[in-house]
Write a protein that binds this ligand. Sequence first.
Ligand SMILES: [Zn+2]
Length: 309
Amino acid sequence: MLVCHPRSKTVKPLKPYCQCWNKKVPVLWVDRGACGCGEDDNVIEWGWDLPDSSRASRVVVSEDRKQVTFHPFFSTGTAAVKGVVPMKLNYHYYWEVKILSETYGTDIMVGLATDRINTEDSQFRFTSLLGSDGESYGFSYTGAVRHDDVSSRDSSGFCRGSIVGVRLDMWHGTLEFFVNRKPLPLYLYHVLVSVPGGMFYNLRRHKELYPMVCSTAAQSSMRLIYADSWRASLLVDAAKILTASVKNFKKNLPPGLRYTCRTRFWLTLPSEVCEDDEPESIESLDVGSYLTTNVRLATGMKRRHWQLR
Ligand SMILES: [Zn+2]
């Protein structure tokens, strides 16, 4: 099985999301899109910005705006691409990319940035662009989480075949990263922001944020596989609390709410996973039971079993 080798010896090796990436042989350019695991929902509200002619040699975006390939020939620095739709106040957002190529080089990152981010200065420098100042936030394949030129580096990061998720709550102003639909450990963020039980917070100071990815690695590519949003409301908060509280919510929630929580699985992804309770592999994960036994809500509220009568 293909296993990534994290830089820190204290973190667990990371596996791809599915079995499709086990072969160590190089994957042909045209075959990179072959794995469709984790892509059942087909919810994609936005795509990547098409590069202008001056950036065409550094970034190639597919016609459907889902797949990005950085430095298609050779790399001369850091290339970045952003989503076309800004993420605004008072909405919840979740989006995912699947990493389609080997991860190597100075950095490959997934994150967010304001429209004030400067991508020009780094186009001929090999750097970790996202998080290099206060205008962006980044999660690196090396495991580093980065903002305002401060990094916390103690997770496994991601590798070829990983699904990297970004959950942005522009109502509470929080940001979390996920790998294979499991949250990064919360202590990672503590280095950057001293908030008990916290994650990135205070993002409401940005009126708008754009999804962004960047890479210094030649022929590195990733594909947007999911992008959804939901306006903040009492319904969203109720859905989060109910799914975290009701045992076997797939059966016990009212049908309408059950359907919503199935199609918008990201709303109820836990913010923290108990290491002892981790499933052996993502394939064995029963999302319903996993959520109800391992959830601590983003608000810090602990799970309570609500008895249905
Ligand atoms: Zn697969």
